[in-house]
Design a protein. Sequence first.
Length: 372
Amino acid sequence: MLILHILRAPVGGLFRHVCDLVHVQAELGHDVGIVCDSEGGGDRTRQILADLEMHCRLGVHRIAMPRLPGPGDFQALRNVGEIAKSSRPHILHGHGAKGGLYARLVAGSIGAKAIYTPHGGALHYSWPTPQGAIFLGAEKLLLRKTAGLSFVCRFERNAFEQKIGLGNVRTGIVHNGLWPHEFEPVVAHANATDLLFVGELRVLKGVDVLIEAVGQINHNRPRSLTIVGDGPDRKQFEQQVERSHLTERVRFTGALPARDAFAMGRVIIIPSRAESFPYIVLEAIAAGLPIIATRVGGIPEILQEDMLVEPDDPELLASAIQSKLENTEDLFHAARAEAEKAAKHLGVHEMGRKILAFYEDVLADPDDNAAD
């Protein structure tokens, strides 16, 4: 197959998902390419894309893609169309709202099939809001140009069906996967803190809730926290730590590779207010880290009930932390058991093969929902 992946921002879990797919699909003999925004990601993204070029027979293309709808989309759409016309892919796989928009508007004109994976995207919005009406309305209109909807978790599929509908579009659910080396256990440094957060520093990720929970744990033994990552709300969280007199217990490191970060804490906390199917949960499971996470998005699909708490509740989170850390030996044994179980069904090659099988089903079906 000839496969062209289209996404906007080459950062985060969505970008990782695409990179992993490209590696696996190329390894299995398919011709693959990437189209993404010319901005964002910095030196690390440039290096990743440079390394991917040897696997991308259809090329790595960086063009201007505006984040919000506007006149710049017309030029971006023309550029995507020209790239697709020259490579003549069988599959245009759009990732995220903007990648999905371009893939579906271009596919029919070149005789390709459009696959769309939302990765959250427009699903974060609600119909009653002006932005929600625009984004969800656009998704509804684009259904007729969609040959297949590939979701990373049941939660995402259910949210799409509830907010937009599925029409007659073929759907598939394929969980993200990890590489074999990611299932090697990580050993904590001698100076590791009790708790660890790894992710983008945004209010949506619940970092403020975690900081407040740490501040509430003062009896018996105060708990320490390492916050790994960067983002638009980092300054806000640093000020919250100072106001709460937690500077000796909470440290910020900036962004680091996940497995480097994992050695800096003993229990990882994922306090998000909303998620789809975050890689950090998979990575933490594979590394053998004990986890406490909020019951949001697709997280309950891969974590046991006793690892989950309700979101946006510092008191409940503080209680869960204290309860878990009372018996660390049992906690770590349970974490290793989870890692061994995950290694059997959350591998990146299984993910890649399932998505390729979904493409084949779509290509074999002449009566799909995609129109010119």
